[in-house]
Design a binder for this molecule. Structure first.
Ligand SMILES: *Cc1c(COP(=O)(O)O)cnc(C)c1O
Length: 462
């Protein structure tokens, strides 16, 4: 059956008009939907249609039924989680990549997927100031990137693991502030949560190297195998940065793999003033950064870098006859560097984004967000009812009302109930905090100012 290209022309014009209007003013929607769980399911038919429907009808229902259930991550007043952006170049690249629908299993299945991925992650590596020894590839999420780091670390300390599975306890270390994806990686890799050591953080939420040294020494003395240390370069709660160089020294003494989780804050490494954050990276083993967080690339796009691609290849290469390729030394088959066989053309959107903005514009946007966060932190400090709950080195600010935890909780609920702003919350050493993360391309100082005005107004009414 041939494609109905005429229908495509009509519907894509309508859809792209819709997209343009949306990107112009997403703020005409509530940022977070007002609905009960199950509401959308109940509004949609229990079974799919027997005969096909027109693209126009489907778009009409997208507007009427789906949109009211959408949380608008592309809204300039989205301050929850880590704000991010589906930018113009990203949207266009996603259209083109969906059209080609090319699947880069191995080199020959789509040379463009294999080679553009190397180029795009190479550009980003240079801009982040990472050592040129890093090989990069794109996964969907940081969770999957970190899972691959932990699996590589397993192979690193025990080359028989691929054949025999884990035969002795391997120990993984992170700070007590590390992201929950570390726990999941440890589960997925068969290491077990009992073998994950959450090292105490200091009063600024950074891993304490002395505590790591003691824990690794104690494990080694007990006959256990220190396997992997995960360094957070920008934790999710407070964006604190673990001290990389001392940790590298300690891990090296045990020959453990060091993985840097820079999912969000890695973007700030594009700024020379934040180069300190990844100083020593040429001695680490792997790193993850998510362009789908603070680099204006639509979800999903997570870049995993490693200085030891050979370890990944050793872990994951399995080549049945139908996947054999030419064997040329320049040929890279990304299926050999991870669990997945199929591979979307994600590099196209990263390449589009890096080219469209260029390094200078990306730096300007990231600097702008950091300046907005500094200003917000200043307003918090200047209001005697509030306090900062943590230092704010990047574009996220944690704050609380001094009066009580209950009031801070009520404040977060009240802000989010307005539908005009969407902020988050976290727990910091047992104390509740509200959390504001700035990072959408369209967010302006006016948006942050309006948020602060709303926070102070609502705090007065609690
Ligand atoms: C967001 C985040 C993750 C998880 O990201 P996904 O891509 O959603 O898996 C991991 N680590 C840190 C520090 C994060 O901020």
């Amino acid at each position: 059956m041939r494609h109905d290209v005429e229908a495509f022309r009509r519907a894509s014009t309508e859809a792209s008009d819709w997209i343009a209007r949306y990107l112009e003013d997403p703020a005409r929607f509530r940022v977070n939907p007002k609905m009960r769980p199950g509401e959308l399911i109940d509004r949609l038919p229990a079974s799919g249609p027997e005969s096909g429907e027109s693209l126009e009808q489907i778009l009409a229902d997208f507007e009427k039924l789906i949109l009211p259930a959408v949380t608008h991550w592309n809204h300039p007043r989205f301050f929850n989680y880590f704000a991010c952006t589906g930018s113009v170049p990203g949207v266009i690249a996603e259209m083109l990549s969906a059209t080609l629908n090319t699947n880069g299993l191995n080199w020959i299945a789509s040379p463009a997927v294999s080679e553009l991925e190397q180029v795009a992650v190479g550009w980003l590596r240079q801009w982040m100031g990472l050592s040129d020894g890093y090989f990069g590839e794109i996964f969907d999420t940081a969770s999957i990137s970190t899972m691959h780091a932990v699996m590589a670390a397993r192979e690193w300390v025990d080359p028989d693991v691929r054949l025999n599975g884990i035969t002795k306890p391997l120990i993984v270390y992170s700070s007590d502030q590390a992201h929950s994806s570390i726990d999941k990686a440890v589960v997925a890799a068969g290491i077990g949560l009992r073998n994950l050591r959450k090292i105490e953080s200091d009063d600024q939420f950074r891993m304490r190297p002395e505590a790591l040294r003691d824990a690794m020494a104690a494990d080694a003395a007990a006959g256990l195998t220190p396997c992997c240390v995960i360094v957070s370069a920008g934790t999710t709660s407070t964006t604190s940065v673990d001290p990389l160089e001392p940790i590298l020294d300690i891990a090296a003494a045990h020959n453990a793999w060091v993985h840097i989780d820079a999912a969000y804050a890695g973007a700030a490494a594009l700024l020379p003033e934040f180069a300190w954050m990844l100083k020593g990276n040429e001695r680490a083993h792997s790193l993850v950064v998510n362009p789908h967080k603070w680099l204006f690339t639509p979800v999903d796009c997570s870049v995993f870098y490693t200085r030891h691609p050979d370890v990944l290849r050793r872990t994951f290469t399995i080549t049945p006859e139908y996947l054999k390729t030419t064997g040329d030394p320049r040929e890279v088959s990304l299926m050999d560097y991870g669990v997945a066989l199929g591979r979307r053309f994600r590099s196209l959107k990263l390449w589009y984004v890096l080219r469209y903005f260029g390094r200078e514009k990306l730096q300007e946007l990231i600097r702008g967000h950091i300046a907005m966060a500094r200003e917000l932190a200043g307003w918090v400090n200047a209001d005697h009812r509030f306090e900062l709950a943590a230092p704010a080195p990047f574009s996220a600010v944690c704050l609380r009302l001094r009066e009580s935890e209950d009031k801070t909780r009520a404040l977060v609920s009240a802000v989010n109930a307005t539908g005009a702003f969407f902020i988050s919350q976290t727990m910091l050493k047992g104390r509740f905090a509200a959390r504001v993360a700035i990072g959408n391309q369209a967010t302006s100082r006016e948006d942050v100012k309006a948020l602060w005005a709303e926070i102070t107004r609502l705090a007065g009414e609690l």
